[in-house]
Design a protein around this ligand. Structure first.
Ligand code: ADP
Ligand code: MG
Length: 559
């Protein structure tokens, strides 16, 4: 039988996969079980549109079977199975996802639970197995095929016998070495624990033959051996569970399992609301900025379930734009299943939920700021910009929600501070909240305009983000204090009485100023003697609302 070769780059990819993508070996089970669940979901989906096919939940399950003596772990499913070309395409081509293709072919956008999309999970089996054998019979076919591989050196496919539709994956578990333990993957208790950890809310039963001892009925203290098939996952979605029974890890696994992100979320909130509207939700604040976050491609939204059935993958109406970074899901019994997407947008219940969620998120961010400053700063570095856009957009309509969450770099503290912190430190004679805008902290520090304010001992906020000054213009005042750019014409600082720089008339340089005003007349509005300079001979200042930095940004914007 001819051995087919992996393509060259696939070999390297496979090697990478096996050795570096996953930090924990145990996740191979999560991946294989996810695939099995996807395969059953596909039949479920097909049955929705095919009258010939009846989906009777009883008949669909995933089963783990261990044979310690032969060092094999078998994962069986009653899913849709794979034809010969599926084995070739999906298991022979790395990073090709048959599940993603299935979703596309069937134009499934919403209403599915299929997990697969990256086309790499299957190969994680090679982290624990020397040989992987897949026998599969596709739905609607009476032929079955066997795919077998020892890893990087290729795979074989040949016909075989299989009585039922579905897939059976046999892993020949590696021998343990001094450095690496593999025996645990043949232990019932260990496999059970892995399933609980990663796959507890897989909607189909994951069964195992469990051996043990139990008190013999009708006897006193006598034990009997038993072996029975048990369902090891609870199948109940995590959000329906009691918060007290869930650990931080459970939430993190859910985040990962749902592919909300590959990072570790900074914070989660589990909501069980039963007021005006009844819903469960689990929301996450991600740890890192998604790579496409600040692009048009990024799509905000939460998964929306009705009674545990997913009806929308990304319900954008549940999140305001300024909290578009939030990931997670909402499940409500109050939404009826047959509601169309358009109608949902005007759904009163949905609006109530959205409002509720918005205040929960704000509450979470506030408590993070108050109690876990470091984490808040991590969050702010990732998503602070979005909050500032939120203040600026919609004519400043959301500034009240957001202004307490803003932070800027402070000249006094040399770190990010909130407006509240700034204002609470202001000396009594300080009239304004001062800020200086520029490209970087370094550059701002060299601005001549900052000298006078700093010399007065006043703190200056440094605006290094394009949006900063625009956002602040929307706020106008914070706790009764107005914002003032250090380059504004009026700094509201009283002259110290000493006359080191009198006004233009008195300076005795009247002619010089007339001359400068003359030659610069088409460049600036006027040249005046300044009281604010110390170690610099000259600086630019502005009158009115639009500062030089803002003008630069406005000019750079496409029309
Ligand atoms: P993903 O699940 O992200 O698509 P995998 O590497 O885990 O990637 O699997 C690759 C493909 O192989 C799947 O998309 C699916 O088409 C197919 N596949 C894997 N396991 C099974 C299975 N148990 N039953 C049917 N198809 C499967
Ligand atoms: Mg997969």
């Amino acid at each position: 039988m001819a051995k087919k070769q992996f393509k060259a780059e696939s070999k390297r990819l496979l090697d990478m996969m096996i050795n570096s993508i996953y930090t924990q070996k145990e996740i191979f089970l999560r991946e294989l079980v996810s695939n099995a669940s996807d395969a059953i979901d596909k039949i479920y989906y097909k049955a929705l549109t095919d009258d010939q096919l009846v989906f009777d939940k009883e008949n669909y399950y995933i089963k783990l079977t261990v044979d310690k003596a032969n060092r094999t772990l078998v994962i069986t499913d009653t899913g849709i199975g794979m034809a010969k070309e599926d084995l070739e395409n999906n298991l022979g081509v790395i990073a090709k996802s048959g599940s993603l293709a299935f979703k596309k072919e069937n134009e499934i956008k919403d209403g599915h639970n299929i997990i697969g999309q990256f086309g790499v999970g299957f190969y994680s089996a090679f982290m624990v197995a020397d040989v992987v054998t897949v026998t599969s019979r596709a739905l609607g076919s009476d032929e079955a095929f066997k795919w077998e591989s020892k890893g990087a050196d290729g795979y074989t496919i040949q016909p075989c016998e299989k009585a039922t539709v579905g897939t059976e994956i046999t892993l020949k578990i590696k021998e343990s070495t001094e450095d690496d333990q593999y025996d645990e993957y043949l232990e019932e208790y260990r496999l059970k624990a892995i399933i609980k950890k990663y796959s507890d809310f897989i909607r189909y039963p994951i069964k195992m033959d469990v051996k043990g001892q139990r008190p013999k009925e009708g006897s006193e203290g006598e034990l009997e051996d038993y072996e029975e098939e048990q369902t090891v996952n609870s199948m109940v979605p995590i959000w329906r569970k009691n918060k007290n029974e869930l650990t931080q890890e459970d939430y993190e696994n859910f985040y990962f399992e749902k592919r909300y992100g590959f990072d570790k979320p900074i914070k989660h909130v589990h909501i069980s609301a039963d007021g005006a509207v009844v819903y469960n939700a689990i929301l996450f604040i991600p740890g890192n900025t998604p790579f496409d976050y600040y692009t048009k491609e990024y799509e905000k939204g939460l998964e929306l379930y009705s009674n545990g059935v997913l009806i929308m993958n990304k319900c954008g109406d549940l999140l305001p734009d300024y909290f578009s970074f939030v990931k997670g899901m909402v499940d409500s019994e109050d939404l009826s299943l047959n509601i169309s997407r358009e109608m949902l947008q005007h759904d009163r219940q949905l609006k109530l939920i959205a409002k509720n969620i918005q205040s929960k998120i704000k509450g979470q961010l506030q408590s993070l700021l108050k109690d876990e400053r470091e984490k808040y700063e991590q969050f702010y570095n990732s998503f602070g910009r979005q909050l500032k856009f939120g203040v600026y957009n919609d004519y400043g309509m959301h500034k009240d929600v957001l202004q307490d969450l803003l932070m800027f770099y402070s000249s006094a503290e040399k770190k990010l501070v909130t407006l509240d912190e700034y204002v609470s430190r202001m000396p009594e004679d300080q009239k304004y909240i001062y800020y200086a805008a520029g490209q970087s902290i370094d550059r701002i520090e060299k601005l001549p305009q900052t000298e006078m304010v700093s010399d007065k001992g006043y703190e200056i906020l440094y605006f290094t983000d394009d949006i900063d000054e625009f956002a602040i213009k929307m706020i106008t005042k914070y706790k009764e204090k107005e914002f003032r750019s250090v380059s504004s014409g009026d700094l509201g600082i009283e002259s110290d009485g000493d006359d080191n720089a009198a006004d233009t008339e008195e300076s005795g340089n009247k002619e010089l100023f007339e001359y400068m005003n003359g030659i610069l007349s088409d460049k600036v509005k006027g040249v005046k003697a300044s009281k604010r300079l110390k170690s610099h001979p000259v600086c630019l200042s502005t009158e009115g609302e639009v500062t030089i930095e803002m003008e630069k940004i406005l000019k750079a914007m496409p029309n």
